[in-house]
Design a protein around this ligand. Structure first.
Ligand SMILES: [Zn+2]
Ligand SMILES: [Zn+2]
Length: 115
């Protein structure tokens, strides 16, 4: 099973604290199709580990520009490969630690957006 940025697909529905706009997006077919195609295009490997010469499975498709209520309907942000990164859990957590004022990481390593 894999997890994706801000959303877990393990349970089939988002975390209790996920914002409704994000939950709607992460459960959309457009996103499911996009993240699967993106992960496949990267060979299912963490892009940052690969850049460091390591081979690590990518677990999370991360939005470089984080999705917000303002851009959630903009496919050039939400569904564009230019705004996606396939990351391992460690790299994903590292990136989000830099945004810790707006995000927290739960005990399953999931990213929970805060207001
Ligand atoms: Zn990595
Ligand atoms: Zn992320």
């Amino acid at each position: 099973m894999q997890e994706y940025c801000g959303s877990s697909v393990i349970s089939g529905h988002g975390s209790k604290t996920m914002k409704p706009y994000a939950e709607r997006f992460y459960s959309s077919k457009a996103w499911q199709d996009t993240r699967l195609a993106y992960a496949k295009s990267k060979g299912y490997l963490c892009e940052l580990c690969q850049a460091e010469g390591r081979i690590t499975p990518g677990e999370i498709v991360h939005h470089v520009i984080h999705i917000t209520p303002e851009n959630i309907d903009d496919p050039s942000i939400t569904l564009s490969a230019d705004n996606l990164q396939l990351l391992c859990r460690d790299h994903h957590a590292e990136i989000h630690r830099k945004n810790k004022k707006r995000y927290k990481i739960d005990n399953l390593g999931r990213i929970i957006p805060l207001d």
